[in-house]
Structures are given as C-alpha cells and as structure tokens.
Design a protein around this ligand. Structure first.
Ligand code: CP
Length: 317
C-alpha cells in the first residue's frame, strides 16, 4: 500500500473530446475536408433510401435553449441518416423551465451516455464552458452573438455549389452584423479563403473592430456600395431579441437595408442571394428577391443536412 508521502504517479488527463465549438478553431484544410465530405452526402437527399449507417448505435442529443427550425431539425435528420439515434429537447419543455441549472441539465443528460450533444444557447461561450466540464463532444448550434459554425459551413458549401471556389470572390454580408453569430462564423471561415469581404449595416449594428477579425474586410454603411460587383449577397436577420434598445428605427430598416430587385442588378452577373433564415419578408428582403432565381435560401437549408452529417461523422466516427 502506498503511503501519503510517496509520490503519486501522474494520471494522464483524458484528451478533451473533439466537438465543434467554432470555425475559429478549424484550419482551412479541416474546413475543406468537411465541405468535401458534405458534398459526398448531397446525392443521398435524392435517393429513395436516404441512409448510410456509419454511426449505427451512436446517440446524439439535441439540446436547444433557443428557438430553431432549420438547425434542430437538420441535426436530427443528419444523425438519423447516419444511422444514429437522435433525441431533441427544447428548454421550454424540459426541467430547465422548473429552474434546473445549465450544468445540472447537462450532467443529467450526460448520465444517459449520449455520444454527442448538439447545443444552442443564448449565452455566448455556453458550449465552450460545458465542453471543459463534460467528457462528451459538444457541437455548437449557435451561442449568443458568438458563433454558429455549422451555418457558416453550409453557407460555404452552398457558395461552392454555384461558384466552384471561394478564393477571390467578393461577398457582401448585410444587416445586423453586431448581433449575428452567423456573420462572425462566416467572417472566420471566409477569412481563411482569401475572400474580398464587405460588411454592411447601419452604423450602430456595424462594429468597427470586426475589421481586425480577418484579412480583406471592408466596412460600409452604404448598401449599394456593398453590393456593387458582389458575387454573393448574404443578408442577415435583424436580431430583435438581442437588441436591448432599438438600434435602428424598424420602419426605416427596409428602406435603407432591405434587399430589393434594383440592388441585385448592381451585383455581378450570376450573383447569388443568401439568407440563413428565418427570413422576415419586407424587413430584410423583398419577396420578389427571396423567391427569385438568384435566391439560394432553400439550397442553404438543404445543404444543412449534408454538412451536419459531415460534422457528426467527423466527431463520432
Ligand atoms: N439559420 C438558423 O439557425 O435557423 P434556425 O434558427 O431555424 O435554426
């Protein structure tokens, strides 16, 4: 028996499980691997039998503390198409509504031995905090204003479906940049591919410090200037739930920052229009643009499944 004075051999710390917390942590090669794998999953969507069973026997838990349609459902479909079991929980219908803390909720779920937890939370950094304490890979499905990594990956997959490469494209991201985790993840991703990135929005929603996030970023409050010669126009949702005081008069927003047909003629021929959804017609985008030939909004949704399959497989296989 060892005495208390004997040196205790160091126990190696278990390696931190590999989840996906943000695009910032991925390098260009890792992003390309995920996008290539997602491309290989795309044809599955059109087959009558839509499953590959590479994750058979695995359990994925989706835990959503904020509302979601696209992300939650597509993670669930992605897990099932890979042969894994998927369970979705929203905070409103769980014991969170009875006052259970975030840590206790996650420990409770961890006791049921899932292989991965997909998590959305209103607090920036919540998934990172939990990843430090849980031995289960966590996938960030959107944390506050910080990151939404799988959205940026599916956006990149969609752009590549139309433009073949990202390097050298001119991409305008327009709207409520300040509160947008979609914008931040896209800035991280596009910055690794030499994109000419223009961020545009009303001054209170366009933080100047974002210019330092990646090379090749310009800022402008002028929507026509942002769109001129763009290959991609990426509109953002106005995040009213994160604006503690109105940053721009709602009645004026569409007039100055809503995308209309006359704007699209300023972009390059063949430019595509994107929006992460949910879209607010008549506030961020006119219906005639959202439903036009240049809109790839539903292609983004479709790619959400393929990209999330690639992400889950990378983490769990
Ligand atoms: N783009 C996106 O995150 O949509 P949901 O909020 O519907 O998941």
């Amino acid at each position: 028996m060892s005495s208390l004075t004997e040196p205790v051999p160091c126990q190696p710390r278990p390696a931190q499980p590999r989840g996906l917390l943000g695009i910032a942590e991925l390098d260009r090669a890792e992003i390309e691997q995920i996008l290539d794998r997602a491309k290989s999953f795309q044809p599955l969507q059109n087959q009558s039998f839509k499953r590959v069973d590479t994750l058979r026997g695995k359990l994925v838990v989706n835990l959503f503390f904020e509302a979601s349609t696209r992300t939650r459902i597509s993670f669930e479909i992605a897990a099932k198409r890979l042969g894994a079991d998927a369970v979705s929980i929203s905070a409103a219908g769980s014991s969170v509504s009875k006052g259970e803390s975030l840590v206790d909720t996650l420990n409770t779920l961890a006791a049921m031995r899932p292989d991965a937890i997909v998590m959305r939370h209103a607090a920036s950094g919540a998934p990172h905090f939990l990843q430090r304490h849980l031995p289960i890979p966590i996938v960030n499905a959107g944390d506050g204003t910080h990151e939404h990594p799988t959205q940026a990956l599916l956006d990149a997959r969609t752009i590549l479906d139309y433009k073949q490469h990202l390097d050298g494209l001119r991409i305008a991201i327009i709207g409520d940049i300040a509160h947008s985790r979609v914008a931040r993840s896209n800035i991280h991703l596009l910055g690794k591919f030499g994109v000419d990135l223009v961020l545009c929005g009303p001054a209170p929603l366009l933080p100047r410090e974002l210019r330092g996030m990646a090379p090749g970023i310009t800022l402008t409050p002028d929507m026509s200037e942002a769109i001129r010669n763009a290959d991609v126009i990426m509109m953002l949702r106005v995040q009213l739930e994160r604006q503690h005081e109105a940053a721009f008069p709602a009645s004026e927003y569409f007039r100055f920052y809503g995308l209309r047909l006359e704007h699209t003629s300023l972009a390059k021929r063949g430019a595509i229009v994107m929006h992460p959804g949910p879209i607010n017609r008549g506030r961020e985008i006119a219906s005639e643009v959202a439903d036009s030939q240049s809109s790839v909004i539903l292609n983004q949704v479709e790619n959400g499944v393929a990209v999330r399959m690639a992400v889950l497989e990378r983490i769990l296989k």
